[in-house]
Design a protein around this ligand. Structure first.
Ligand code: IMP
Ligand code: MG
Length: 172
């Protein structure tokens, strides 16, 4: 496996993102919404670098593999906090096709949020199915399948402290 981003590079960049969000949201109490399971490393590290009062919640989104509309995204757990008139920051591990974040932005706005921004650790350089421009990006990466620091291949590798590229690109 080839290392794409080291543990030290991640730490440095996550700290910068936390500081930037702290400046941008100064004087407010933003609500961070993380997308499970991919944010299990990124969100807690990010929050430890945010010097504000914050609230947080999680959503769970999965692929629907059934016979009707295969490939459709399913929200298995939505936002439970009251986010009416609140500033929301959506946090995901990676922006790929854009479908997940687009579904979530709609979900957040339907719940009456005041505003929403998007923070991703990784942004794949590719043509997206839905055009999403995240407000905060850790790293722009080539269109390759990556693992580690929360990102999985068939549920494995989430615990790696760095981001790596799987040599034989799996078909997922
Ligand atoms: P989307 O295609 O932008 O909706 O990406 C949604 C999800 O696909 C991400 O939150 C990841 O869980 C997963 N994903 C996309 N690209 C990769 C990858 O390279 N490695 C691991 N998971 C990925
Ligand atoms: Mg994910």
């Amino acid at each position: 496996m080839e290392t794409l981003i080291t543990k030290q590079e991640i730490e440095k960049r996550v700290k910068e993102l936390g500081q930037q969000i702290s400046r941008d949201y100064s004087g407010t109490v933003p609500v961070f919404i993380g997308v499970l399971k991919g944010v299990i490393c990124f969100l807690p590290d990010l929050l430890r670098n945010v010097e504000l009062s914050v609230e947080m919640d999680f959503v769970v989104i999965s692929f629907y593999h059934g016979k009707k509309k295969p490939g459709m995204l399913l929200m298995e757990r939505g936002i439970e906090l009251d986010i009416k008139n609140r500033s929301v920051i959506l946090v995901d591990d990676i922006l790929d096709t854009g479908n997940t974040l687009s579904l979530l932005i709609d979900h957040v706005m339907n719940k009456g949020a005041k505003d929403v921004s998007v923070c991703v650790l990784l942004k794949k350089e590719r043509k997206r199915e839905v055009n999403i421009e995240p407000n905060y990006v850790g790293f722009s990466i080539p269109d390759k399948f990556v693992i580690g620091y929360g990102l999985d291949y068939q549920e494995r590798f989430r615990n790696l402290p760095f981001i790596g590229v799987l040599e034989d690109e799996p078909n997922v």
